[in-house]
Ligand binder design. Structure first.
Ligand code: AHM
Ligand code: MG
Length: 335
């Protein structure tokens, strides 16, 4: 069998042995994410057909309107992870607090916590533009057999054991890492199977695409303004601007073609917009595993000690040389 004919299920089993804690639990966890992704994909693809789009009426902890598909995706991921009795806790963008899973069957022996953004880029749902799911997985730090605590979720990104995303795009892909490179799987919707389509994904060292919401330009820090001007200079190229407004899709394109994604802080948004725990950390882990880089402008994202479940952080991520250049502009502007 060639690499490319391999299904995600087969890949997970074959690679289980290379993971340092080989109990099979992490494999089961990724399998359940695979299942939930298929269910959510089915619903996302129906979004234009049925009256599922529009605000559900609730407002999440960030004060944003929830759309029905966000709620649906949140429920499906939580349900799947809970039913399969794999994790001891879940934190989600759509839930104010983390969820404790007390499973009697396993005698509370489950070791993993999952942090998830069930449907990121949700402002794109009603306009038929790609959205995604982002997930991050840690081993708990508190003793098994006891309920999970906040400390299990507030771990530095460098402690992640796995992370990934699903992009519901022209085709649906699941891309993930367990710390041994990044692999991408494409869903064949006819038979509902993910196939290994992008083995060992790597950011090109350099790129020519920059992705940023330039509508916020006047509110950006000087270093970011200077970097954007550098991207636009005749001598530099100029670079191409591509901004979907869906982190997963912008990241995915940049990883394949070479590019940089920036969501800086601004005078409107002192800490930026993106959430450290279930948006930036998993993307940063994937970026590093794919030879890219992720920074808040001054330090490595994965080394930041989180203090709150829903905290935000400025985010610069992509091809290594491009991120380093942006950091250089940030340093120069602040010195
Ligand atoms: P969300 O979690 O509310 O969907 O917000 C996250 C999204 C990212 O996917 C995207 O890159 C960014 O917000 C776009 O924000 P903006 O519209 O401010 O450019
Ligand atoms: Mg989000």
């Amino acid at each position: 069998m060639t690499q490319k004919n391999k299904t995600l299920g087969e890949f997970i089993i074959e690679n289980q042995a290379s993971f340092k804690y080989t109990t099979g639990e992490l494999s089961r966890l990724i399998n359940s994410i695979r299942l939930a992704a298929k269910v959510v994909n089915h619903e996302v693809n129906k979004a234009g057909l049925v009256d599922i789009i529009g605000a559900a009426g609730d407002v999440n902890i960030q004060g944003e309107d929830q759309q029905k598909l966000d709620v649906y995706a949140n429920d499906k991921f939580i349900q799947t992870l809970t039913n399969r009795n794999i994790v001891c806790g879940i934190a989600s963008e759509e839930e104010d607090d983390f969820i404790t899973i007390n499973s009697q069957d396993s005698n509370n022996q489950n070791k993993y916590v999952v942090l998830i953004d069930p449907l990121d880029g949700s402002s794109n749902i009603d306009v038929n533009v790609s959205v995604g799911t982002i997930f991050s997985i840690y081993r708990r730090v508190t003793p098994v057999g006891t309920p999970v605590k906040m400390a299990d979720f507030l771990q530095k990104g460098n402690q992640q054991v796995a992370a990934g995303y699903v992009v519901y795009g022209t085709s649906t892909m699941l891309v993930y890492t367990t710390g041994a490179g990044v692999n991408g799987f494409t869903l064949n919707p006819a038979i509902g199977t993910f196939y290994l389509s992008h083995p060992n994904m790597q950011f090109p060292e350099d790129g020519r695409i920059y992705s940023v919401n330039e509508g916020n330009y006047i509110h950006f820090p000087q270093g970011i303004k200077d970097y954007i001007k550098y991207c636009q200079k005749e001598e530099t190229g100029p670079y191409t601007a591509r901004y979907i407004g869906s982190l997963v899709s912008d990241f995915h394109r940049n990883m394949i073609k070479g590019g940089i994604y920036l969501y800086p802080k601004s005078s409107k948004n002192e800490k930026g917009k993106l959430r450290l725990l279930y948006e930036c950390n998993p993307m940063a882990f994937l970026a590093e595993q794919a030879n890219g880089k992720a920074s808040d402008g001054f330090q490595r994202i994965l080394d930041i000690q989180p203090t709150e479940l829903h905290e935000r952080v400025p985010f610069i991520c992509g091809s290594k040389n491009m991120v380093e250049k942006a950091e250089e502009f940030m340093r120069n502007a602040s010195s």
